[in-house]
Write a protein that binds this ligand. Structure first.
Ligand code: IPE
Ligand code: IPE
Ligand code: MG
Length: 259
C-alpha cells in the first residue's frame, strides 16, 4: 500500500509573500474527526485515520510555506488507550508507517522532529523509531514538528512536578527557585515557545488534555470540518481569524479600536 515517493512531500519553498506578516510562530493542531469523517461515508474508522495522515502531510507542507516555525500535532492522547484494541493498534501502525515512509523526506526538507508525551508504555520498536526521528533531525532548523504521542497535559505537568521534587530532594534545586519559567523547563515542551494558535477540527470546542499549561495565552480556532478535510485553505482561514484577534496578554490593546 505504501510506496516510496519520488517527489518530495515536504520540500516547499516558503512563499515570497507568506501573508501580512501576522503568521503565528507556533501553531498546535488537534486533529479531530477522523472517525466521523469515515462514518459519514460508510467507511471504517481506519479509513478516516489513513486519510488523516494525508491531511497531516498537507498541514506540514502548508506550515512551512506559511512561515510557521513550530507545528505541534496531537496524534494520540493518554486517554486514547480507552478505544477498542483494534483501533489503538491501527493508530500505532499508522505512526510506525508515517515515520518509516516520511522520515527521510522530512529530514531533507529541514524539519526537526520532537516528540512529547509518555514513552514508557509504548512498544519498544515505536520508542526506537521516535528516537531515530529525533536524532536524525536534531540539527534541522526550518520547522519544528512537535508530535504529541501518548500525550496528556495533566500527566506531563505531574511528571514535571515529580522531576522538580526529585531535584529538590537531591539538593540540586531550592524550593524558592520554583517559578513559572522554571516549571516550564521541566515540561516535555521545554525550549519550545508557547503556541500562538490552537486549531481544532471536527466542531468540538475543548482541549481534551492538550497543552493546558502552554496554551495560557493561545488563540483558539475551531473549524467545522473533519480532520481528513483539512487543507491549505483551511489553514489559511484559521490564520486569518488569528490575525484579526487582539492579543492582550493581560495588558491593554495594541490596536485601541472602538467597540
Ligand atoms: C482523531 O479522530 C484521531 C485521534 C483521536 C487519534 P477521532 O478518531 O477522534 O475521530 P472522531 O472524533 O471519533 O470523529
Ligand atoms: C483528541 O481527540 C486527541 C487527538 C486528536 C489525538 P479525541 O477525539 O480523543 O478527544 P475527545 O475524546 O473527543 O475529547
Ligand atoms: Mg475525536
Amino acid at each position: 500500500m505504501s510506496h516510496p515517493q519520488t517527489t518530495s512531500r515536504y520540500q516547499a519553498a516558503p512563499l515570497s509573500d507568506p501573508g501580512s506578516g501576522a503568521a503565528p510562530r507556533h501553531v498546535a493542531l488537534i486533529m479531530d474527526g477522523n472517525g466521523r469523517w469515515a462514518a459519514k461515508r460508510g467507511l471504517p474508522r481506519f479509513e478516516g485515520h489513513r486519510r488523516g495522515v494525508e491531511a497531516l502531510r498537507r498541514a506540514v507542507r502548508a506550515a512551512g510555506e506559511l512561515g510557521i516555525l513550530y507545528l505541534t500535532i496531537y496524534s494520540f492522547s493518554s486517554e486514547n488507550w480507552r478505544r477498542p484494541e483494534s483501533e489503538v493498534s491501527d493508530l500505532m501502525n499508522l505512526l510506525r508507517r508515517f515515520v518509516r515512509d516520511d522520515l527521510a523526506q522530512l529530514h531533507e526538507a529541514g524539519i526537526r522532529i520532537k516528540v512529547i508525551g509518555e514513552r514508557g508504555n509504548l512498544a519498544p520498536d515505536i520508542r526506537s523509531l521516535l528516537e531515530e526521528a529525533e536524532n536524525l533531525t536534531r540539527d534541522n532548523g526550518r520547522l519544528v514538528l512537535q508530535i504529541a504521542f501518548n500525550y496528556g497535559s495533566r500527566q506531563e505537568i505531574a511528571r514535571a512536578a515529580r522531576l522538580i521534587a526529585a531535584d529538590v530532594a537531591g539538593g540540586r534545586l531550592a524550593p524558592d527557585a520554583i517559578n513559572a519559567d522554571l516549571f516550564a523547563d521541566y515540561l516535555d515542551t521545554a525550549g519550545v515557545p508557547d503556541p500562538d494558535l490552537v486549531i481544532r477540527t471536527s466542531g468540538e470546542q475543548r482541549l481534551s488534555n492538550f497543552l493546558l499549561w502552554q496554551s495560557a495565552y493561545a488563540e483558539f480556532v475551531f473549524l467545522p470540518i473533519h480532520w481528513p478535510e483539512f487543507d491549505r485553505s483551511s489553514f489559511e482561514a484559521a490564520i486569518a481569524q488569528y490575525a484579526s484577534r487582539d492579543r492582550r496578554f493581560g495588558g491593554t490593546s495594541s490596536k485601541e479600536r472602538p467597540l
